[in-house]
Design a protein around this ligand. Sequence first.
Ligand code: FMN
Ligand code: MN
Length: 489
Amino acid sequence: MEDLRSWIKLLEDEGELARITTEVDWNLEIGAILRKVMDKGGPAILFENIKDYKDTISTKMFAHGLNRKTFPLALGKPKDTKRDELSQIFRDAIHNPVMYKTVESGPVKENKITGSDIDLYQFPTPMWHSPDGGRYMMTWCAVITRDPDTGEHNVGAYRGMLTAKDQMSVLIILSQGWGVHFSKYCQRQEKMPIAVVWGYEPTLGIVAGSQIPMGMDEYKVMGALRGEPVPLVKCENSEIMVPASAELVVEGYVDPDPTNYAMEGIFGEYTGYYGGARRPRHTLQVECITHRNDPIFRGSMEGSGPGHPNENTWIYAVTSKVNFMEALERAGVPGIIDVRPGPVCYVKIRQAYNGHAKQVANALWGSWSAEWMYKVLVVVDHDIDINDHRQIDWALCYRMEPGTHDIITMPHTRGGGLDLAEYDDTLFGTGSRGRILLDATRDIKKAKRDKYGNLDWGPFSYDLDEPEKELIERRWDEYGIKLPERKKR
Ligand SMILES: Cc1cc2nc3c(=O)[nH]c(=O)nc-3n(C[C@H](O)[C@H](O)[C@H](O)COP(=O)(O)O)c2cc1C
Ligand SMILES: [Mn+2]
């Protein structure tokens, strides 16, 4: 796929797109429509008739491009592709990056706006949720920065609120990709050049919204996901490279000087709350806009919660499993059988020694991907199915003893800057979150060992001995007991 337009066409051909041609209001109506569409598992949406956006540079907005059914399509796979297969594709891409290619020009250069002609209100940014501090233009976008030391790009999705025709206020968390770059520019006492991209084929959003190992250029992971290099063009005012057929690119800089701060927040976040307190924050000062003819804007409804997915829900389900598994592998923790990411993270191990579950926790909490993950960690033994909550509940009840070292808390670790359960202070660059390990593995000192010293988890009171099992099977018809057909769960 070469651009957003070919992605929209593919979705339409697959019956996964709705065009809204009746007029809708950017002020809360679009957000409300998307909330319902996402909750009910509806299609991607192209808003083609937006109030106040008839004679503007952009008149259309695309949203909800990634969902359960379309995520595999974005990776060139059939709709019913299994999640683990998608995770494997992502994992292969990280390990086999494909260098981008530089092209001289492209559709994104069809129009160029500078100086006093810059007007971000020409693009149909919704007011997403009523308590939001303003209109968030930066939602499903890709923020591009370059490491001033190595030149590597970072591509990340970060929120940004309209504060003027040529300015947005942003939330820079210093442990995120652009935050690491920003710290370096601050030390040099330089402004950080930045480009924000809206509207390209879907692998851009996937890499922007996923945790990719720090220092790895996301464009190269995109190349691997696409199976071909991403064609990039140079920005007008910086050395940053952007997709040549993107819909819209906003170029500018972030100035470390606090006199350029503007109010930012609150914003309806993925945690289900309005996160990131309203306060003065850094701003993106816009110097130049380039866009295609009749550009399609891209946005997303970020609020989410149990039963209320957003677009990142589908990305995280696939990509975070890779980081989770690799953190344990890199640390060399043996016996890892499976992991399941989510608000609560589960690890299934074949326990070999005392402290094995703590080794798992230490490896995860110290790893680079811990920023948003592994806050609540449950470790279970090899005989527990981590996809079956009855089994997990059983292990938590009968293999974990509260008041002992089965429960370990680790206060004030870095990370999770938008989690309102924690001590909120993104003012100092990132959050500070506590973490908990629920060690629901069997106490190895109490487990039985066979004559060779192997751990034996049984016997279980519900297991029958072989002679009796055999006896009643043989005589079953004689008893005349009718058993109900077992329904498949
Ligand atoms: C719509 C949207 C908004 C986001 N807003 C922010 C944000 O304001 N700040 C932030 O640090 N992460 C935000 N994220 C999460 C990051 O995109 C995610 O952590 C990603 O891994 C960042 O890339 P990086 O690892 O290169 O920093 C947002 C994600 C999405 C999809
Ligand atoms: Mn990154």
